[in-house]
Design a protein around this ligand. Structure first.
Ligand code: HOZ
Length: 431
């Protein structure tokens, strides 16, 4: 790898103009050391920085790029859409087509509202859940991340955990008081909250496959238990499928586990790499959203024709063969990382679900936030640098998912496993 001199110069400029030099905290490499690489182009499974270094990418824009970077067909479709107009601020046929496709893939989403990000989707979903139930409180899980709206920044995963500020200052006490915390994969912790306060709980919001404390799959019976509790107590069950939607399967995690959420939040893949989010669900709940009902929510770029085009392109290509290939490569990569760690005698737990995985540098199985936090972040940082030096770009945080795409070949996975052998030896030397 060439010295990233141009990236370093850009970062020096960036910190003068952007807080921390970035527009989203995890990108700053604070948790892994060094300064971030500035990317000038990407194609397939490869990204290239401004100094000409090329890497096999496992960030993949944090999930949307299930078909790889800049697939030719998508770029053509987006360019053609842009020529017809980049934004109308009026209904277009594309949003109807995308909404119909989403409904066909995720049948619990009888009505869909498009927004511009996952954060907008989750904050709007709890607003409508509160209006529907006439209750104020929400239950969220430690280590789950639902974007950066105030209600969710309590023991939040992703960048909040990475930077050690899981509960953010700036959130008003009254808002924080309405967020009740339960433990992921611990049904009893939810039951206790519901038993004590069901009459004031509007919603239970969960990542059905946690992806923001690193990847943690739901334990047997956990999601079904949530469904039963929510139904028993008249609570709206919200699945935040911003990561798992269209990644766990074409129908999201709810198709895999056979559960209908009351409301579902989507992002990432639904925009094919452009900024799109969506929330939707039961007609009786969603019909409360303006203009059908009184719950206000709006957006100038919602249903944007270029973004809808990218989403349609991406969703039309979610074939069973794609998921089969992704799962096969995902498990080869997970097994390869685990084997490399064993060879170097580095304690490692690899959690994998299809094309999502996280290697946790710990000897304890990771099934919730507390066990995720047992991971040795210094070891991850050493591993990250070792991988970067060998041409692989993993997420710059222990607490994020790695994402595979259709563009990652068997050769890419083999090269990654090979690189991990060296990177694990680096870890062993430094620990
Ligand atoms: N919250 C995202 C990861 N879970 C990071 C977004 C970004 O930095 O682009």
């Amino acid at each position: 790898m060439k010295k990233p001199i141009t990236s370093q110069k850009l970062f020096a400029r960036a910190v003068q103009a952007l807080p921390g030099g970035v527009d989203s905290p995890v990108r700053a490499f604070q948790a892994v050391g060094g300064s971030p690489l500035f990317i000038r182009r990407a194609s397939g499974a490869t990204i290239e920085d401004v100094d000409g270094n090329r890497f096999t990418d496992y960030v993949m824009s944090w999930g949307p790029l299930i078909h790889g970077h800049a697939p030719r067909g998508l770029v053509r479709a987006v360019a053609a859409a842009a020529r017809r107009g980049t934004s109308f601020g009026a209904p277009s046929p594309l949003e109807v087509e995308l909404a119909e496709r989403v409904r066909a893939l995720v049948p619990s989403m009888a009505r869909v509202r498009f927004v511009s990000s996952g954060t907008e989707a989750t904050m709007s979903a709890i607003r409508v859940a509160r209006a529907f139930t006439g209750r104020d409180k929400i239950v969220k899980f430690e280590g789950c991340y639902h974007g950066h709206a105030d209600a969710f920044l309590a023991k939040a995963g992703s960048g909040a955990t990475t930077l050690g500020v899981p509960t953010s200052p700036g959130v008003a006490g009254a808002v924080a008081a309405d967020t009740l915390l339960a433990r992921y994969n611990d049904l009893a912790s939810v039951e206790a909250l519901c038993d004590a306060q069901a009459a004031s709980v509007a919603a239970i919001i969960v990542e059905p496959i946690a992806g923001n404390m690193g990847v943690v799959a739901p334990a047997e019976g956990f999601l079904h238990g949530l469904r039963a509790l929510a139904s028993r107590d008249g609570i709206v069950l919200i699945f935040d499928e911003v990561i798992s939607g269209f990644r766990a399967s074409a129908g999201g995690a709810q198709a895999v586990f056979g559960i209908a959420a009351d409301l579902t939040c989507l992002g990432k893949i639904i925009g094919g790499g452009l900024p799109v989010g969506a929330y939707g669900g039961r007609a009786d709940i969603m019909d409360m959203v303006a203009p059908s009902g009184p719950v206000y929510q709006a957006g100038t770029l919602s249903g944007n024709p270029v973004a809808m085009t990218a989403g349609l392109w991406a969703l039309k290509r979610l074939t069973p063969a794609l998921y089969k290939d992704l799962a096969r490569r995902g498990s080869t990569l997970a097994a390869g990382l685990a084997q490399a760690a064993r060879e170097a005698r580095v304690p490692l737990q690899v959690n994998a679900f299809g094309s999502l995985l996280t290697p946790f540098f710990t000897s304890s199985p990771v099934r919730d936030y507390d066990s995720a936090l047992t991971a040795n972040t210094r070891a991850y940082a050493a591993f990250f640098s070792g991988m970067l030096a060998r041409g692989i770009y993993p997420p710059p945080s222990q607490f994020e998912a790695w994402f595979l795409s259709a563009a990652h070949s068997d050769r890419d996975v083999k090269k990654t496993v090979e690189a991990s052998r060296g990177a694990m030896r680096d870890v062993a030397r430094q620990m």
